[in-house]
Design a protein around this ligand. Structure first.
Ligand SMILES: [Zn+2]
Length: 406
C-alpha cells in the first residue's frame, strides 16, 4: 500500500525535481584537481534542503588547502529501519569534471536549460541525476513516515572524479559504512537501465619518464634520443602485458584486461632537436585475478632490460594504483532487489555486468559491502552538452523507492 503511495509521490515530484536540478547546476562544483574551486557550496545547498525536510544530516569534512573553504564536505542522512544494524546506502557524488572545450557546447554549461524533456548543464547526468533522484526518494519516505525493514542511508560525497581522497576513502576509514551494509551507486548504467554493474577492473595509470641526452638532430650520435627509447619501451610493454595477462571474463565488456598507451607530453618545440626527455602514460584496466604488484614487476623487468641496452634512464610513476576487490556476487540481496524492482516497474530483466573501473563502488566492495552500480543513463557523462533525461530522473527514483521499501 505505502509503496504505491510512495511511487505516486515520486510522480508528483517531477516539476520539483527538475527545478531542484536547475538550481543545483547553477552552483559550480568542479573538482580542484581539474582546476575547479570544489563542491563545498553545492554540498551546503543539499544539506540545507535536507534539513528543511527535517533530516538529521551528518557532515564529514576533510581538509584540502586548495579550496577557499579549506575543507571538502561529505553528507549522510538516514531513514531508520526496523532493523537498525544494517543500512542500504544510496551514494551520489557532488563534484563534477570541467566543461572541456567551451566551443563544443551550444549552451552555457553553468546556465542550465530545460528543453525537450532534458536538463542541460555540466554535472546534470554525472552525477546530478543520482543526487536529485535519491534526494527525492528521501523526501518520499520521510513524507510518508515509512519505516523500512532496515536503515536506508543517503550519502552525498566529494572528490569522486579524481580519486575520492577527500570523499569515500576517508569516510570508509571512519567506519561510516559497515561491512554488513549494502550500497547502490547510481554512477554508470545503460540506456535501457538493464545493466547492473557488480564488478570493476583494477586500474593502473602509469607515467613513464625516459631520460636521454638532448642534442642537435644533425649530430644524433652525440646524444641519446629519449623519444626513440620511449617508443621502444612502450611497444615492448604493450606487447608484454597483452600476451602475459590475456585471461578473459565474460562479465566485462571488453572481456580482457586493457593496456593502452594514451597521453604523451610535449618534448621539444622544434623538429631539429633530439629530445633528451620523453614522458608518456599508460591507462591499464586489469581483471582482478591479476595483482597490480605483479604487473608492475613485469614492467620493471622490461625497464631494466631496456636501460641496459640503451643507457637511458627510465622512471616509472603510478598515477593511479587501484587494486579492486572481487565482484559483488550476482545473487546477493541488493542485486536481487534491483532486479525485482526492474521487473515489477518496467518489465525488464536486469543483468549483472562488469566495467573498466572508476566508480566509488570499488571502495565499498573493498570494505566487503555488496554494491550494485546502477542507473538509467543516456551516457552523457563528461561530454559537451551534457544533459539529464527527466524521465530517467523520475523513473530511477521509483526504482530506488521500490528497492528501499521491499
Ligand atoms: Zn560520476
Amino acid at each position: 500500500m505505502s509503496l504505491s503511495l510512495a511511487l505516486q509521490n515520486i510522480n508528483g515530484y517531477r516539476e520539483e525535481m527538475t527545478q531542484f536540478m536547475v538550481d543545483m547546476l547553477k552552483i559550480k562544483a568542479v573538482n580542484p584537481d581539474d582546476g575547479g574551486s570544489g563542491e563545498y557550496e553545492r554540498a551546503i545547498f543539499v544539506q540545507k534542503w535536507l534539513e528543511k525536510l527535517g533530516a538529521k544530516v551528518s557532515r564529514y569534512d576533510f581538509a584540502d588547502s586548495r579550496v577557499a573553504e579549506g575543507v571538502r564536505v561529505n553528507l549522510t542522512t538516514m531513514i531508520e529501519g526496523v532493523d537498525r544494524t544494517k543500512t542500504l546506502w544510496f551514494a551520489a557524488h557532488l563534484d563534477t569534471v570541467p566543461e572541456g572545450s567551451r566551443d563544443l557546447w551550444s549552451t552555457d554549461p553553468y546556465v542550465p536549460v530545460v528543453k525537450d524533456g532534458k536538463i542541460f548543464g555540466r554535472g546534470s547526468e554525472d552525477n546530478g541525476q543520482a543526487i536529485v533522484s535519491t534526494l527525492f526518494v528521501f523526501k518520499a519516505l520521510k513524507t510518508l513516515n515509512v519505516k523500512p525493514t532496515f536503515n536506508v542511508g543517503f550519502a552525498y560525497v566529494s572528490d569522486e572524479e579524481t580519486g575520492s581522497k577527500c570523499g569515500v576513502i576517508p569516510m570508509i576509514e571512519k567506519n561510516v559504512f559497515k561491512p554488513q551494509d549494502m550500497a547502490i551507486v547510481p554512477d554508470t548504467g545503460s540506456k535501457d537501465g538493464t545493466e547492473i554493474e557488480v564488478a570493476e577492473k583494477s586500474i593502473l595509470w602509469l607515467k613513464i619518464t625516459t631520460k636521454g641526452k638532448q642534442v642537435h638532430a644533425a649530430l644524433p650520435y652525440k646524444g641519446l634520443n629519449a623519444h626513440r627509447v620511449g617508443l621502444k619501451f612502450a611497444l615492448q610493454v604493450d606487447e608484454l602485458l597483452h600476451s602475459k595477462y590475456s585471461a578473459t571474463d565474460d562479465l566485462f565488456d571488453p572481456p580482457a584486461s586493457t593496456f593502452e598507451p594514451t597521453k604523451h607530453e610535449l618534448n621539444v618545440e622544434n623538429i631539429n632537436t633530439v629530445p633528451g626527455l620523453d614522458v608518456q602514460y599508460f591507462d591499464c584496466r586489469i581483471l582482478t585475478r591479476y595483482k597490480l604488484g605483479d604487473v608492475m614487476k613485469e614492467i620493471e623487468n622490461a625497464k631494466a632490460k631496456i636501460e641496459n641496452e640503451t643507457g637511458a634512464k627510465i622512471d616509472l610513476t603510478p598515477i593511479q594504483f587501484e587494486e579492486n576487490a572481487e565482484s559483488t556476487p550476482v545473487n546477493c540481496e541488493v542485486v536481487q532487489k534491483l532486479r525485482k524492482a526492474l521487473k515489477e516497474l518496467r518489465g525488464t530483466e536486469g543483468r549483472p555486468v562488469g566495467i573498466g573501473g572508476g566508480t566509488v563502488g570499488a571502495f565499498f566492495r573493498r570494505k566487503g559491502i555488496d554494491t550494485a552500480v546502477w542507473s538509467t543513463l543516456d551516457d552523457m557523462a563528461h561530454q559537451p552538452n551534457e544533459y539529464c533525461n527527466i524521465d530517467n530522473l523520475v523513473n530511477d527514483a521509483k526504482v530506488f523507492v521500490h528497492v528501499a521499501m521491499n
